[in-house]
Design a protein. Structure first.
Lengths: 301, 195
């Protein structure tokens, strides 16, 4: 019998462990997703407004001058000590320009309460704005600032998204701290299971601040790394491409969105369009393990 | 009042009324009323290895049923594990049909015997099955064991029975299988993992 060698072919491209944000499309895509989710939704007005906020983020990012990246010494230091290359506790001053631009663009088209917050932000001095940003980035914001903070977060997302998008993905590495963004060290907003040739069905965590995505194995708790007690919760008969991934070991949860169920899903927009899932999973006793910076002060008490 | 980190992440029913949604001028009441009509559905997600062949593809298994609530577990979906470096999320047609194999009405779950001359399969216990297999093996080995060949060289071989080992066995079980079978003098040994 004649035999011939099978033609084994290695994969054409390796799956990327880190997906850096593309500033030219990211916020515009999110704006469209918010607008699509708003139709017929019980929080439709709010989601449509956040869509306009995302559009303003897109415009602010396009208008943003190229910010200086960390210098070589700082990058080398971060590499040596497995620290994130971007320092999320010290936003570049340009974030305030982005905020004022967003505030100016949105104010005309906002409900009265939001307009008051936007006008206050547009007129505010640098010291107050920096105090708001520092509290927000430290995860210790004051509840009475909840009307202003989502706009502050939106502006910070703009500057950090530009910075992260210009980093060298091949120089990134896993950090000592588990479950935080390899670019800026912030907590993730949600997971996304991607479609695509090399990254099909792989799960990426999506940074709540700089929109970087990093690969984490599926069926593993993103907060504690355990794989014994991971479960998926969804709203019965909801048909949404979003589930809550819970872990009974550490009693935490984070949402996971599936691109193969809807190619347009966005981790930030779909997270806020499924608050009902948060409320039910919270009642079941799980603690959310990452923030959505466009919703502040929903903790109760 | 400053929130701590855990509160900062939290989203709960009691919180929406004082959250940025309400403070920006939007009403969360319709959403809060709607939640009362919703119910959570739960599925567990587990990693495993396909039992069929030596490639040992990774699979993700989804099942319903919560052990603590006394509901019987049922597998609802099986797919290739995208994180597994062997199959990268893919499965062959046999592997893709795993769920049907597990839930098949015809799946063999206990030892059965069809006696000579009978047309019926009869369920027997595991101990009875081991006894019967051992008796068959001993009878065949006693009849066909070759201690020395024609030239008078000691060979101690038993060529009339063969052994097919499991593909799901780990290295340690594979080692013990070969030790046991070779000790009996059996020369023909193969594994399902090659098939």
């Amino acid at each position: 019998m004649q035999t011939s060698n099978l033609a084994f072919q290695p994969p054409a491209e390796e799956a990327a462990p880190y997906l850096l944000p593309d500033g030219s499309t990211l916020f515009a895509g999110r704006a469209e997703r918010f607008a699509a989710l708003a139709g017929g939704h019980s929080l439709g007005d709010w989601l449509a407004f956040l869509g306009r906020l995302s559009r303003a983020q897109h415009d602010a990012l396009q208008a943003l001058p190229e910010l200086p990246l960390p210098d070589a010494a700082r990058l080398a230091q971060a590499k040596t000590h497995a620290m994130p290359p971007l320092d999320a506790s010290a936003p570049p001053a340009a974030w305030r320009d982005a905020l004022r631009r967003i505030a100016g663009q949105l104010a005309a088209d906002a409900p009265a309460a939001a307009r008051r917050a936007l006008e206050a932000l547009a007129a505010a001095d640098d010291a107050w704005l920096d105090r708001l940003a520092t509290g927000l980035l430290a995860g210790e914001a004051a509840a009475e600032d909840a009307a202003e903070l989502p706009f502050v977060a939106a502006a910070l997302q703009v500057v950090f998204t530009q910075l992260a998008g210009r980093l060298d993905a091949s120089a990134l590495q896993p950090l000592d701290a588990a479950g935080v963004c390899p670019c800026c060290g912030s907590a993730p907003v949600a997971s996304i299971v991607r479609i695509g040739s090399a990254i099909a069905n792989l799960r990426y965590l999506h940074c709540s601040l700089c929109n970087t995505e990093w690969n984490v194995p599926r069926a593993v708790c993103t907060a504690c790394g355990g794989d014994k007690d991971v479960a998926l919760h969804e709203i019965e008969g909801g048909g949404q491409p979003v589930r809550a991934e819970t872990c009974d070991s550490c009693q935490s949860y984070l949402k996971i969105v599936y691109q193969d169920k809807d190619p347009q899903v966005d981790p930030v927009a779909d997270d806020l369009a499924t608050l009902a899932l948060d409320l039910l999973v919270d009642e079941a006793g799980y603690q959310r393990s990452g923030p959505n910076l466009l919703l502040i002060g929903a903790q109760g008490e | 009042m400053n929130m701590n980190r855990r509160q900062f992440f939290r989203v709960c029913s009691a919180g929406l009324g004082g959250s940025s949604i309400a403070l920006m001028g939007f009403s969360p009441n319709a959403a809060l009323a709607e939640v009362r009509t919703f119910k959570l559905a739960r599925a567990t997600e587990t990693r495993n290895i396909c039992p069929y062949c030596s490639v040992s593809c990774g699979v993700l298994i989804y099942s319903t049923g919560d052990k603590s609530k006394n509901a019987p577990a049922e597998i609802i979906h099986i797919e290739g594990d995208p994180d597994n470096p062997v199959n990268r999320g893919t499965l062959c047609p046999k592997g893709a049909g795993l769920r049907d194999m597990i839930q098949s009405q015809n799946r063999l779950k206990w030892p059965e015997v069809r006696e000579a001359g009978s047309s019926e399969w009869k369920r027997i216990s595991w101990m009875e099955a081991f006894d019967r297999i051992a008796k068959h093996m001993k009878a065949d080995r006693d009849a066909n064991f070759v201690a020395q060949n024609e030239a008078g060289v000691t060979v101690n071989r038993w060529t009339s029975t063969a052994f097919l080992a499991s593909s799901a066995a780990p290295n340690e079980a594979g080692y013990l299988t070969v030790k046991t079978i070779r000790a009996l003098g059996m020369t023909s040994i193969d594994t399902q993992a090659r098939i």
